[in-house]
Design a protein around this ligand. Sequence first.
Ligand code: ADP
Ligand code: MG
Length: 449
Amino acid sequence: MPSTQLKEAIDFAFTHGLMKFNPAGVLTHAPICLTPYRIAPDLNFKLYQVTPLFNQLMIKVAGDTAWLKDKLRDSAKSDPFIQHLLTCMPDENSQPLKLLLSRNDFMLEKKPDGVLIPRQVEYNTIAASFAVLSHKVWAMHRYLKKQGKLTSELFENRPDNGFMQGLAAAHAHYGVARGCVAMIVQPNEANIFDQRVLEYRLIEQYEVPFMRLTLKEIAEEGQITEGHLYFRKLLISVVYFRAGYDPSDYDEHAWRARMLIEHSSAIKVPEVSMQLAGTKKIQQILSHPAELKRFVQPDHLTTILKTFVGLYALDDQVYGQPIRQTASQNPEKYVLKPQREGGGHNFFGAELKQKLNTMSQNEAKAYILMERINPPTFQAELVVDHQLQQAECVSEIGRFGVYLGDEDHQHINQDVGYLVRTKAADVNEGGVCAGYACLNSLEITFSAA
Ligand code: ADP
Ligand code: MG
């Protein structure tokens, strides 16, 4: 790729806020891939169709709080974070309307007959990010195409619109004219450009009042009056969590704030039960057809099950010890995962082996073991910190979903777009802000990739 094209991409990124703070706190363009990821329309459609099924599944799981508590009991014993989240769950349903802004992550795997099938990596119910930056990277690719610098036919991508419509609709359903949407943020967020656009457009286009607040601020100045959440004198209609998924987001005050929010009538995105439904432990449990059946209509069971790879509990009475041994002998075939979000927590290869061999039976309760997915590799051009790199890469596709509904009525349940992250094939983790992966778009291909 000539340097003028590299410059075009970087100029577009800077001009349109396709940006992030790097781990050293320096403002730079987001890592981007200049080689769109090719996918056949029928496969893309399959992923698109599966989004509402997973949304509904997660809402059902979150609604069955007794089941959820039962299934997470053992993990909670050795993981204080899960324990703490469980204690925030109110006894009574404080708000019938549920809004879920989700992202279901997949990698494609090639079967021996050459057919590509989507395999789920994980389902994000809290702080699913990159709806805005995914749109911008698609816009950048479209610009390069218009300039004759890219030939790809791209799948359109506007997940930011879907997220905003979800938030605006939830706010309207809450039904108080002077209510305000509050986004809960980390004090030193690196990915603010992915958040700020939602804020600006909700205020300007949808005329929805909006605030960015930390859990600390809610702890200091939030209160519940007659069941409603107020910050200073402002009624909060929707609390949208872009923080609160990591133990480091919490101290004693922040836990108090979370408790306050969960017990209020505000629409929580997500409620703590929805957050817990998205844990890796629940993903592992739902991979058992007998458990999945509890929540899914029979005609959707196979569609969902087909996306799962092997998921195992290390403390399982019968299979725990054998699977531990198998994984320890073949560490390259598995991923070891604790109940954490946000990247950088999983164990691969030699570290997985070491961790498996040294963890106690009690510690093992907080982890799950997952078969490693091996997507096909392709040559791609990555732009990281102004530098162009050629690498043999793999991609991960996230499908953004929006669900808004109550017991009686589903107002919204749809797929609203995608995230593609492309990274060198020899890199284990997938985070964009952590610097592992580059944002990308989907290219329509009519031949098998
Ligand atoms: P987190 O919640 O921290 O994002 P993930 O389960 O999404 O955790 O894992 C982080 C990254 O690790 C993924 O984006 C992916 O790149 C890689 N990964 C996770 N599970 C697998 C797997 N089963 N096979 C291959 N790569 C995986
Ligand atoms: Mg992830």
